[in-house]
Design a protein around this ligand. Structure first.
Ligand code: CP
Ligand code: NVA
Length: 300
């Protein structure tokens, strides 16, 4: 049985096949083809943080695949009242076919997976957001071809998305520049454990020069709301705006996992501009996760 807790749970070849499959599933869906490989299957969706894209894409994926999903929030399950993860994992996985979890501590999804009898998907933790990277890699391939050998620049917080970009750099074979304010670098252990070429910067202009893809994310992630004001000061020089995009390659793309804050991490001119592909990126969550659900189902 396979889980998807980080991108490293799949090989480069498996990830590349999965992205190709996502592109095929997208075409089939656009043609109105009915394809129900998960008929009668159920996805349990545990959300301990808010979501728009992740919830809608997974629920839609299950309906379109002929199955169903159950939304589980800590407010109205025993998870919120302290039932141990291992007990919850044993019980929930005895009734559903795959489990998706969005939570705080990454340990929690690992613990759940250890006791689960069905595949577990990480739908965002404080440390990683691998599902988003599937959509991002699909989007780059559709727009520009292979990302192998390209240079990607991450601008902003060394957060869960940044960590998943570090994993993606290794699995998909691109170089990654990371521009963060001092004190907001990604986890050094994740950098130490990658084969990818990662370069760290404390200013945006050196990092983005000659990049093929510029990516950013919110300055304060879910769970860091009380740090918003402090972070606005620390990240003031880390906005992706027209001046930043002008330093990158002419055909560079802009991505953001969303939700975005115009005027903070990205200017309105960039997110609403020609190089931005965030709407394709968001839509591809649906297609990429369908490919993931199909893969996990076939391997369980
Ligand atoms: N990008 C992303 O995961 O969005 P949601 O928080 O809306 O699910
Ligand atoms: N880094 C953000 C991503 C949201 C999809 C967060 O964790 O809130």
């Amino acid at each position: 049985m396979r889980h998807f807790l980080t991108l490293k749970d799949l090989s480069s070849a498996e990830l590349e096949q999965l992205i190709q499959r996502a592109i095929t599933l997208k075409k089939m869906h656009k043609k109105g083809e009915i394809y129900e490989p998960l008929n009668n299957k159920v996805l349990g969706m545990i959300f301990e943080k808010s979501s728009t894209r992740t919830r809608v894409s997974f629920e839609s994926a299950m309906i379109q695949f002929g199955g169903g999903s159950i939304f589980l929030s800590p407010n109205d399950t025993q998870l919120g009242r302290g039932e141990p993860i291992e007990d919850s994992a044993r019980v929930i996985s005895s009734m559903v076919d795959v489990v998706m979890i969005r939570t705080f501590e990454h340990d929690k999804v690992e613990q759940f997976a250890r006791y689960s009898s069905v595949p577990v998907i990480n739908a965002l933790t404080d440390d990683y957001h691998p599902c988003q990277l599937l959509a991002d890699m699909q989007t780059y391939l559709e727009q520009r071809g292979s990302i192998k050998g390209k240079t990607v620049t991450w601008v902003g917080d060394g957060n869960n998305m940044c960590h998943s970009y570090i994993n993606a750099a290794e699995r998909f074979g691109f170089d990654l520049n990371i521009a963060t304010p001092e004190g907001y670098s990604p986890n050094q252990e994740i950098i130490d454990n990658t084969q990818a070429k990662i370069d760290l910067f404390n200013n945006v202009s050196d990092a983005v020069t000659q990049s093929d893809l510029i990516v950013t994310d919110v300055w304060a992630s879910m769970g860091q709301e009380e740090e918003q004001k402090k972070r606005e000061v620390a990240f003031a020089d880390f906005q992706v705006n027209d001046d930043v995009m002008a330093l990158a390659n002419d055909d560079a793309l802009f991505m953001h996992c969303l939700p975005a804050h115009r005027g903070e991490e990205v200017s309105a001119s960039v997110i609403d501009g020609k190089q931005c592909v965030v709407w394709d990126e968001a839509e591809n969550r649906l297609h990429a996760q369908k490919a993931l659900l199909e893969f996990l189902n076939a391997n369980s």
